[in-house]
Design a protein around this ligand. Structure first.
Ligand code: ZN
Length: 228
């Protein structure tokens, strides 16, 4: 992480019309139970593939692992710069705890982390649209297919924290078949500290509205502690 550059944070209301219509910042969306949730507004902007590969969100998880999508995602959102809600770092933190608990690598499926509201699998609100869910298809060398392995890892994930929610074996088809562990943290929206929330929800001319995330760990080590 030594040469890591700060990640740019954008207010999605400032993006162009097409991106706004695809990311739907601040819009309400219903979950399968009919409850409404407000979609995230603040995103990390990933300039290119190199940045996606080099930026680490936690010790073992790179940003690129959370934006692996295929053509089910809207074509414009597959082009760089790409956007992922800032809550993705919270997800990476929990996955890091999960990885440590099981002592093996954790592999996220294609379309298994952030999915925009315009992704073909985004029919109703799911935490995937908040970047707070991950579908894990392999742990270490174990491909997750059987009921036994999926239930085992579901249990380990649930025991880690009450923040973690898993879906039961067979949740995809409702049939006796499944190929991943789904872990989510619910509808967490992160408002980065660098952002001022008094801004209007419409694009404003001549006012750049983005920030760069402060480098946290490294700089804190060199400056006197100012926060309690
Ligand atoms: Zn899922």
């Amino acid at each position: 992480m030594s040469d890591q550059v700060s990640i740019k944070v954008v207010d999605a209301f400032d993006l162009d019309d097409e991106l706004r219509s695809l990311l739907k910042p601040g819009e309400m969306m219903r979950d399968p139970e009919g409850r409404r949730h407000r979609l995230p507004r603040y995103f990390y902007e990933i300039p290119d593939h190199e940045a996606a590969v080099s930026i680490r969100l936690s010790h073992h998880f790179g940003l690129n692992e959370f934006i692996l999508t295929d053509l089910k995602e809207a074509p414009r959102l597959l082009q760089f710069p790409r956007y992922v809600p800032c809550a993705v770092r919270v997800l990476a933190f929990y996955l890091e705890q999960f990885r440590r608990e099981i002592g093996a690598s954790v592999h996220i499926a294609v379309n298994g982390a952030y999915r925009s509201p315009s992704h073909k699998l985004s029919q109703t609100a799911t935490p995937h649209m908040w970047a707070t869910a991950a579908d894990i298809y392999r742990i270490g060398t174990t491909i997750l297919r059987g009921k036994e392995s999926i239930e085992k890892y579901n249990g380990i994930a649930e025991d880690l924290s009450d923040d973690i929610h898993v879906l039961p074996y067979g949740h995809v088809t409702g049939l006796n078949a499944d190929d991943h562990v789904h872990i989510d943290l619910g509808y967490i929206t992160v408002i980065p500290r660098e952002i001022s929330e008094d801004r209007m929800e419409v694009p404003q001319e001549n006012r750049p509205r983005f920030a760069f995330e402060e480098r946290r760990r490294r700089e804190r080590r060199n400056v006197p502690e100012t926060e309690g």
